[in-house]
Design a protein around this ligand. Structure first.
Ligand SMILES: Cc1cc2nc3c(=O)[nH]c(=O)nc-3n(C[C@H](O)[C@H](O)[C@H](O)COP(=O)(O)OP(=O)(O)OC[C@H]3O[C@@H](n4cnc5c(N)ncnc54)[C@H](O)[C@@H]3O)c2cc1C
Length: 405
C-alpha cells in the first residue's frame, strides 16, 4: 500500500463515497466528521445514473448490491410529474443524468440507509465528533487543525464538508452562499395500504410536485425498498449497523416568497412540530382528498424545516494539495435532485485521480487540476440550471443538461 494519505473533511454523502473508493484502490485516508454519528440528516434521495455509477465504482460488490436492493422499486414512470392541487396531471419531464440502468434502474434511497451502507468497513477510517477548523498547505504536505486542538498531516486534503465548508471559506473566501429565500419543511407519512388506496396514481412517479392556487407547493417522493432493508442487510452485510426502514412517502411543503401562501413566512426554526404540521395542513385545505389525507397522516416527529441555499459557481482557482467535492463547491437547490448525485460523481472521479497519483502513474497536481476542470465542466451547468427560477417548470430543461431518457 502506498504511504500516500488523504485527509477528508466531512463524512456525508461525498466524503464516505470517496473513502470507499480510496479504500478499494488501496489508498489510506481518514475522514473527520463533526457529527457524533450518522444521524438522520434528511430522508429520501432521488438517485440517477451519475450517482449510481459512482457507487458501483467505489463500493465493494456486496455493498453496491445492498444499495441496489434497498433502493426504491422502479416507479410507475421514472419522470418528474407536475399536478394541480386536485391531483390532475399538468405535465411531466425526464430526470436529468446519464442513461439509467435498463435492468435495475437507479431510483431513490433512504439517505440514512445509504450513509450506513457507505460506512460499512470504514469503522477505523471515519472519526466521528471531529470538526476540522482550518488548514495549512505547502509544496509537500497539508496539515489540518481540529476543534480539539490537535492536528493531522496528509498528502491531500479534500473538502467534503458541505455548503458551510470551512475549507472552502479559507481557500475560496470570495464564493458567496446565496439564500434563495425559499423555505421548506420535510416530513414522512408511512405508506400504508389504506393511504395508498386514496392517493392519485401519479404519486408513484419518480418525483412529483403539486401546486395550489395560492402558490403552496408540495413535492412528494415514494420510498418502497426493492427488498426489506433488514433482510437485505442481514444477507449482504451481516453484523453491519443498518436500521430497518419501512415504506414511506416523503412530503415537502415548499414556501415560495412572493406567492400569497408565502407572503408571511413564520420562523420555522422556532415553531413546534405541531405548529409546522398545522401549517402543512392549512396548505392543503380544499385539495384532492388523498393529498390532504397524506398530510394528516404525517408523523409529526419526522418534520424538519430547511432553507434552500446554494453557492455561486466559483471561477477557476489555482491548483494545490487542497481540493473540494460536492456541496462544499457546488451546493445547489434540490430542483433536479442532483446535489447528492453530483457529490457521488465527484467522489468517484477524485478517487480515480488520487489512486493514479498515489500509485505513481501520474503527478499529483496535474491530476487534481484535471479533476477540478472536469468537475466544473460537468456539474456547474447543473448548479446554474437548478438555481434558475424556472427550474421547477415542466418545460424548462437547458440543452447542456443530459436527460436520463
Ligand atoms: C431537503 C433536501 C433534499 C435533497 N434531495 C436530494 C435528492 O433527492 N437527490 C440529490 O441528488 N440531492 C439532493 N439533495 C442535495 C444533497 O443532500 C446534497 O447535495 C448532498 O448531501 C451533498 O453531499 P456532500 O457530501 O457534499 O455534503 P453533505 O452530505 O452535506 O456532508 C457534509 C458533511 O460534512 C460534515 N461537516 C461539516 N462541516 C464540517 C467540519 N468543519 N469538520 C468535519 N465535518 C464537517 C457534516 O456534518 C456532513 O456530514 C437534497 C438536499 C436537501 C437540503
Amino acid at each position: 500500500m502506498p504511504s500516500f494519505h488523504v485527509l477528508i473533511a466531512g463524512g456525508g454523502i461525498g466524503g464516505l463515497c470517496l473513502a470507499q473508493g480510496l479504500r478499494k484502490a488501496g489508498i489510506r485516508c481518514t475522514v473527520y466528521e463533526s457529527a457524533p454519528d450518522i444521524g438522520r440528516s434528511g430522508y429520501r434521495l432521488h438517485m440517477n445514473a451519475a450517482g449510481g455509477n459512482a457507487l458501483r465504482e467505489c463500493l465493494p460488490d456486496h455493498l453496491f448490491e445492498l444499495y441496489v436492493q434497498t433502493s426504491r422499486t422502479a416507479p410507475r414512470r421514472e419522470v418528474f410529474t407536475v399536478l394541480d392541487h386536485m391531483g390532475n396531471e399538468l405535465g411531466s419531464r425526464p430526470h436529468i443524468g446519464p442513461p439509467n440502468d435498463p435492468v435495475r434502474p437507479h431510483t431513490a434511497v433512504n439517505r440514512r440507509t445509504l450513509r450506513q451502507i457507505m460506512n460499512v468497513g470504514l469503522e477505523d477510517t471515519v472519526r466521528f465528533g471531529q470538526t476540522v477548523t482550518g488548514f495549512e498547505a505547502d509544496d509537500d504536505h497539508v496539515r489540518i487543525r481540529l476543534a480539539d486542538g490537535t492536528t493531522a498531516i496528509g498528502d491531500v486534503l479534500v473538502a467534503a464538508d458541505g455548503i458551510n465548508s470551512v475549507i472552502r471559506a479559507q481557500l475560496l473566501p470570495e464564493v458567496p452562499v446565496v439564500d434563495t429565500g425559499m423555505r421548506g419543511m420535510y416530513a414522512l407519512a408511512p405508506l400504508t395500504d389504506d393511504l395508498a388506496a386514496v392517493l392519485p396514481d401519479a404519486l408513484y412517479d419518480g418525483f412529483v410536485m403539486a401546486t395550489g392556487p395560492d402558490g403552496a407547493m408540495f413535492t412528494y417522493g415514494v420510498y418502497q425498498p426493492r427488498r426489506p432493508v433488514a433482510e437485505a442487510a442481514a444477507d449482504l452485510a451481516p453484523g453491519a449497523s443498518i436500521d430497518p426502514v419501512g415504506p414511506y412517502i416523503m412530503a415537502n411543503l415548499g414556501i415560495v416568497p412572493g406567492t400569497p401562501f408565502g407572503h408571511e413566512i413564520p420562523d420555522l426554526w422556532q415553531a413546534s412540530a405541531e405548529d409546522l404540521h398545522a401549517l402543512m395542513r392549512s396548505a392543503v385545505r380544499g385539495w384532492h382528498p388523498g393529498l390532504a389525507d397524506l398530510v394528516v397522516r404525517i408523523d409529526t416527529t419526522t418534520i424538519f424545516p430547511a432553507s434552500m441555499r446554494r453557492l455561486e459557481p466559483a471561477a477557476p482557482w489555482p491548483v494545490g494539495r487542497v481540493t473540494l467535492l460536492g456541496d462544499a463547491i457546488h451546493a445547489m437547490p434540490p430542483s433536479f435532485g442532483a446535489g447528492a448525485n453530483s457529490a457521488l460523481r465527484d467522489a468517484a472521479a477524485l478517487a480515480r485521480a488520487l489512486a493514479a497519483a498515489a500509485h505513481g502513474e501520474v503527478p499529483l497536481l496535474p491530476v487534481i487540476a484535471q479533476y477540478e476542470a472536469e468537475m466544473r465542466a460537468e456539474v456547474f451547468p447543473v448548479l446554474r440550471a437548478s438555481a434558475d427560477p424556472r427550474a421547477m417548470d415542466i418545460d424548462f430543461l437547458p440543452d447542456d443538461l443530459p436527460t436520463a431518457r
